[in-house]
Design a protein around this ligand. Structure first.
Ligand SMILES: *Cc1c(COP(=O)(O)O)cnc(C)c1O
Length: 495
């Protein structure tokens, strides 16, 4: 199967090239030329499979230059014992009669990014071999918290790879910082940048486009690649858990073959909910995809009006992984909703870059309206939802997940739609102890990592081992750099 650019359908490459490259050379995103469909009995067949087998089944239909035995090996390494703390990998929990929660934080860094970033390194290393690439790939990451740690954990000690992560010195939570500073592995580097997330990201982008740096590093046997969600190798592993959730509901007897469900996703860069859309395109019966935003509600407005306008204030919220104004993966949805009109997509993206806004056609608006619903929730609403969920269900959720539950509640009140709904839970509540403790009415917080124990004691819910073990770990990375010195750090680290 070939992959094409959203900005030029004539630009084609193989799956292995798409994964190694990340972005199309014209700046567009790579997409399969044809979206595969599940076999008529595919969902039933998969209902009796393990998560790892489901991953092989689904991913195999997109990655025809990888063999089934390769994919099986990757799936067992990515999702096997010792990586995830439950054998279901992505368990579905019943919250009430028609609401289910898909928990995506049972991996090594306790956020949903693990679902893809445990798989991507295997896909990427194999892709390099297939492409006869001799150089070592260096993954450069700018992170606001969750992606950096998940990428480090995924790429640590993977053959022929290096990974360098830059995070804003004062822009991540104490727990997130400690997670990165204590990272193990011989091929990893972590460095704080004086500045905010935008400074780190702008710095990393400048490194990617620095021709001279690229040449110097090529001489030393390195080339750069990216692990963020524009890479198809991150979107695809996410399609698996949506299909898996439907199979689990079938198996639990909660739905019958063909019954529609809704899926409600806390959204930032639009990568996670886009994967749900692909699951639907493949044949999972989905009625509405509900896009939940925090106060940075650019997507809510877009889905309701068809106007994407990034010219608005940026807010720091208690769901920081959704604090984003440019949702890159929306480009892939636009490609589908314009019936793969690459010129229209390019026009929208050019307008976004030059004017900060674009308005889609009536045809696209109609599709948005048919398939999506959207809402948003501020910090107070999220805190109230955490409290309500704890009191009513004894279910502890993080602020990102709370945004989704809040938006679902409003959606149901507005529409009366009672379709069984899967709410996606994207992080362990123990990753955001401060906000969760406050939401539960605690005013005096313990120091640093002691808050993990404090939340656990208060609720009786055990903290995930990778977080409760943090306090005893050796700190390995304390480097701090000025933003204009990032290039020097890269040259030092890639000797
Ligand atoms: C990254 C992240 C999100 C947003 O996911 P997108 O794919 O960017 O929409 C939501 N919640 C958490 C906890 C995250 O880490």
């Amino acid at each position: 199967m070939q992959y094409v650019s959203t900005r030029n359908k004539e630009q084609k490459c193989s799956a292995a090239q798409a994964i190694a490259q990340g972005l199309a050379t014209d700046g567009g995103l790579l997409i399969p030329e044809v979206l595969p469909k599940l076999a008529p009995n595919g969902l039933k067949t998969m209902a009796d499979m393990s998560y790892q087998q489901r991953a092989v089944y689904v991913m195999g239909s997109f990655l025809d230059d990888f063999t089934a035995s390769e994919l099986s090996m990757f799936a067992s390494r990515a999702y096997g014992k010792g990586k995830f703390d439950t054998k279901e990998v992505a368990p579905v929990r019943e919250v009430d009669g028609n609401t289910y929660c898909l928990e995506l934080w049972h991996g090594p860094t306790c956020a949903f990014k693990d679902m893809a970033l445990q798989m991507l390194p295997h896909l990427l290393s194999a892709a390099l071999v297939k492409n006869e690439e001799r150089k070592t790939v260096c993954i450069l990451v700018a992170t606001s918290g969750d992606t950096g740690k998940a990428a480090l954990e995924g790429f640590k000690d993977v053959d022929k790879t290096r990974i360098l992560v830059f995070y804003p010195k004062d822009g991540v939570s104490d727990i997130q910082k400690l997670q990165m500073q204590t990272q193990e592995g011989d091929n990893v580097g972590v460095c704080a940048v004086v500045g905010n997330f935008d400074d780190a990201q702008t710095g990393v982008k400048a490194l990617f486009s620095d021709e001279e740096l690229r040449e110097t590093l090529a001489g030393r046997g390195f080339f750069f690649s990216s692990a963020n969600s524009i890479n198809w190798g991150r979107v695809l592993p996410q399609v698996v858990y949506y299909i898996s959730a439907y199979c689990d509901l079938l198996k639990m007897g909660k739905i019958q073959k063909g019954d529609p469900i809704n899926i409600c996703v806390p959204t930032g860069n639009f990568g996670n909910i886009l994967s749900a859309y692909y699951a639907k395109q493949m044949g999972v019966p989905v009625h509405k995809l509900i896009c939940a935003s925090n106060r940075n509600n650019v997507l809510t407005d877009f889905i309701k009006t068809g106007v994407y306008d990034r010219e608005r204030p940026f807010y720091h919220t208690t769901s920081p992984s959704m604090d984003i104004l440019i949702s890159s993966n929306l480009e892939r949805l636009l490609f589908e909703f314009t019936e793969r009109d690459d010129e229209a997509v390019k026009r929208y993206m050019d307008q976004l870059a030059s004017e900060g806004r674009y308005e889609v056609s009536e045809k696209v608006k109609k599709q948005l309206d048919n398939q999506f619903a959207a809402g948003y929730c501020d910090d107070q609403g999220a805190a109230e939802t955490i409290g309500e969920m704890w009191r009513a269900q004894k279910y502890l959720i993080d602020p990102h997940t709370a945004v989704a539950f809040h938006v679902l509640k409003e959606y149901r009140a507005e529409t009366g739609d009672q379709t069984p709904t899967v709410v996606v839970s994207t992080a362990s509540p123990f990753k955001f102890c401060d906000s969760v403790l406050h939401a539960l009415g605690v005013e005096e917080l313990a120091e640093g990592t002691d808050r993990i124990g404090q939340l656990s004691e208060l609720t009786g819910v055990p903290a995930p081992a990778p977080l409760s073990g943090l306090a005893g770990k050796e700190i390995r990375f304390t480097d701090v750099t000025e933003k204009d010195k990032m290039r020097d750090r890269v040259l030092e680290m890639l000797k």
